[in-house]
Every structure is written in structure tokens, then in C-alpha cells.
Design a protein around this ligand. Structure first.
Ligand code: C5P
Length: 408
């Protein structure tokens, strides 16, 4: 289950061209199984029609504080008492200024003011022209609204509808959904810094060829997202994959096992959790040719010498022990048989507290998997689920083990 599942979200739209993105946002929230109640200002209805939002949310849309549909005629109360969140996307500069002063002269501003603050967070996704965004008045309003308890999401930089380029674009709908998941996720890793390796490595043979491992990177990327949603600061060292950087995560792209080793070693000491999901190539070619190896009649197949790549996981665990530094290390064991035995042996040989086993052919490239978690108390299966869900469960499992481990 994702963190948004079953949540009651009031999706408010204030006026701005980014209203067109609110349609897609609504669709994504519905897809994540949220209940979405749309409320639009008069200005928002100039940009996109309530008909569109009603069709997408499958709920009647509210646009006026004088709406007589509710028997008590108090839409601002009725719509917020059961709500888990009010999200205003887009939030215009004008709407922010209004909220700041507690003005309540239309339904959306009225319900933002009337919502129970303790149980119903207010999340704002600003969207405006870059000059409007940078104006001291807007920046003052952002700061004040944040200190009043609203969560003001950032803005993206890029081309704007007005033809200018700069900061002020509304975040993409998928990014907003990730931000909301973070709001709804218990901050089990708050205050922790998590380092994750993901994807395969690529070991060059010559400038046009190389060897690699099978790994989509999906599990490592899902873990990076889940750890960020649980409040951690996350660094993701990734081999070559075609996945987008997860929101909120610092990503470092590398190619070879040696590059991954260097990237990890240079920052491991600043982290207190290390999760190694990468399928690092065990060997690299000893003498990488600087020119393309030519296929000739005399030498139809080249003979390659290999040397072992550093074991990144074992070296991080070992390095921390040597310096009496605490870092909770988690390894992944991809096997084809005897999962429990191999995962157990690997946990001991790498000297790490937690090993996560999975059967390679049952997961390569797929969106779901089944995991076996092995620690010093035994093993437990996390049943087949999506990699996103497994990542959330694993983050929770790690968070449970951290206090005693880091204190020990
Ligand atoms: O020894 P094996 O490759 O099966 O171990 C798998 C675990 O060790 C994974 O967590 C993987 O990311 C990590 N590993 C590593 N560096 C290597 C090889 C594996 O960090 N060179």
C-alpha cells in the first residue's frame, strides 16, 4: 500500500496556467487510491473547467462559499473536518498573499483558514512567473506561511508559459505526489543519512565494448525514495540505468565498479546507514584496450585477463570497524538457489548486520519481488509485493534495528 492510499485530500486550484497540470495531478492521486475533493477559485475556473476536474476526481467540484448543496450551507467546514490534507496546486502569488493574512473571502481561502491545523496539513505548490516568484513580497510570504505551519513545496526552473525562463514553474504532478507521500509517511529515519548503491556497473573491454551485470536499479531507486520519504537525507550512487533521479535524493552517477567504490568511500563517513543494492561486476578487465579490438582472421577471439573489483560493501563495513565508526550496513544477495543459506553465509563473510536475499531470475527487470531478510536473530520473508512497497517495508525494518545498533 502506498502512503497516499485511502487519504482524503482536498485539492484546491487557484488561478494560473499551471491549472492544466492539476488535471494530471488529480489523476495520479486517484490512481494512488486517494479520495480527492476538488475546490476551485473563480480564477482557476478561467484556466480549466470544473467539468474536467469532476470527471477526473469522480466528485462534484466546489467553487463557491455560497454553495447551497450542503444542508448546513457550510462547505468550508464540511470539506475539511474529515480531510487528511489540503493541497493547493497551483498556488498563485495572489493566493499566497491572501492566506498569509488569513483572508477568507472565497471558499478555498476560507477552508484553508477553517481546517483543523493539527490533523489536516496545508501543502502549497506555488506556480508563477519568475519575477513574481523572486519578488521580496512573495519570498516574504513563503517564509511566513512556512513558519505558520504550511508546507511550501519548492518550484522548478525552466521555460515558463509567458516565454521567460527561470524559477517559478509548478513541480511536475509526479513530484508533488512524492512530496505528499513524504508528508504522510512516518519519519522513521529522520536525522539519519543513508547511502545507497544501485544498478549494475559497466567494465570496459575497449572504448566500444564492456561487460556488465543484469540489474535495472529499480530496487535501489525505490529504497532511495522510501528512505527520503521516511525523513532521511539520501545519497544514491548509481551505475548506468535509465531511471530518473528520485525526488529529494542526491544522485551520483558512476560507470565502473572502481568508480562506484571511490564515490562510496569518499562519502561513507558522512552517513550512518549504507544499503548496497548494486550488482557490482565481480571482475574487471586487467588491461583495457585504448583502441577498439579488431576482429581479424588471425585472432578471431581475444583472450581477456580479469582482476577482481573491490567489494564495496565489505570494505565500508570493514573501514567503519577499523575506525570505530558506526554505520549500519545492509547487503543484498541475489541467488539462484539455496537463498537462506547463501544470504546467511554472505552476511557473515561481509561482516554486516543485515542481508536481504532475493532470487535473481524472479526479479530481474520486474516491478515486484519477494525478499528474505536475514540478521543475527534469524530470517523472515517479506512476501511478494511491488518494489516500492518492499522498499517501504525494508526501510521500516532498518529503522527498527538502528537505535540498538548505533548505540551498541
Ligand atoms: O558477493 P556478492 O556480489 O554476491 O554480494 C552482494 C552484495 O555485496 C550486494 O549488497 C552488493 O551490492 C555488494 N557488493 C559490493 N561490491 C562488490 C560486490 C558486491 O558492494 N564488488
Amino acid at each position: 500500500m502506498n502512503a497516499i492510499w485511502g487519504k482524503k485530500i482536498v485539492l484546491g486550484l487557484s488561478g494560473g496556467i499551471a491549472c492544466y497540470k492539476a488535471a494530471e495531478l488529480c489523476r495520479l492521486l486517484i490512481k494512488a487510491r486517494a479520495h480527492v475533493q476538488v475546490v476551485m477559485t473563480e480564477a482557476a475556473a478561467q484556466f480549466i473547467t470544473p467539468v474536467t476536474m469532476q470527471a477526473l476526481s469522480n466528485q462534484e467540484v466546489y467553487t463557491s462559499q455560497w454553495d447551497a448543496r450542503a444542508s448546513n450551507n457550510m462547505a468550508h467546514i464540511n470539506l475539511t473536518r474529515e480531510a487528511d490534507m489540503v493541497l493547493v496546486a497551483p498556488t498563485s502569488a495572489d493566493f499566497m498573499a491572501k492566506l498569509l493574512h488569513g483572508q477568507a473571502d472565497d471558499l478555498l481561502s476560507l477552508l484553508c483558514l477553517a481546517r483543523p491545523m493539527a490533523s489536516c496539513p496545508l501543502v502549497l505548490a506555488p506556480a508563477m512567473n519568475r519575477e513574481m516568484w523572486l519578488h521580496p513580497a512573495t519570498q516574504r510570504n513563503v517564509a511566513q506561511l512556512s513558519s505558520d505551519g504550511a508546507q511550501v513545496l519548492g518550484v522548478a526552473a525552466g521555460d515558463q508559459a509567458c516565454g521567460e525562463t527561470g524559477d517559478g514553474r509548478m513541480l511536475e504532478p509526479a513530484e508533488i505526489v512524492q512530496e505528499l507521500a513524504r508528508v504522510f509517511t512516518a519519519p522513521a529515519l529522520l536525522g539519519h543519512r543513508v547511502l545507497i548503491t544501485a544498478g549494475p556497473t559497466f567494465e570496459a573491454i575497449d572504448p566500444v565494448r564492456g561487460i556488465t551485470n543484469r540489474s535495472s536499479g529499480k530496487m535501489g531507486y525505490a529504497l532511495a525514495s522510501a528512505a527520503w520519504q521516511a525523513g532521511a537525507e539520501v545519497t544514491l550512487v548509481s551505475g548506468p540505468v535509465s531511471l530518473a533521479a528520485p525526488r529529494g535524493v542526491k544522485r551520483v552517477m558512476v560507470e565502473s565498479g572502481q568508480e562506484m567504490h571511490e564515490a562510496v568511500t569518499s562519502c561513507a563517513a558522512q552517513h550512518d546507514v549504507f544499503i548496497a543494492t548494486a550488482a557490482v561486476a565481480d571482475w574487471r578487465v586487467k588491461d583495457v584496450s585504448t583502441q577498439k579490438l579488431k576482429k581479424t582472421k588471425e585472432t578471431p577471439s581475444p583472450v581477456l585477463d580479469f582482476i577482481q573489483n573491490p567489494d564495496i560493501l565489505a570494505s565500508v563495513a570493514q573501514g567503519a570497524r577499523a575506525q570505530s565508526r558506526e554505520i549500519y550496513c545492509v547487503g543484498f544477495a541475489a541467488e539462484t538457489q539455496d537463498l537462506a543459506r547463501h544470504a546467511h553465509d554472505k552476511r557473515l563473510s561481509k561482516g554486516v548486520p543485515l542481508m536481504v536475499g532475493n532470487l535473481g531470475p524472479a526479479t530481474f527487470g520486474l516491478d515486484d519481488n519477494e525478499l528474505l531478510i536475514v540478521d543475527d536473530r534469524g530470517s523472515r520473508t517479506l512476501p511478494r509485493a511491488s518494489k516500492d512497497e518492499l522498499a517501504q517495508s525494508l526501510v521500516w525494518e532498518i529503522a527498527q534495528r538502528l537505535p540498538s545498533y548505533l548505540k551498541a
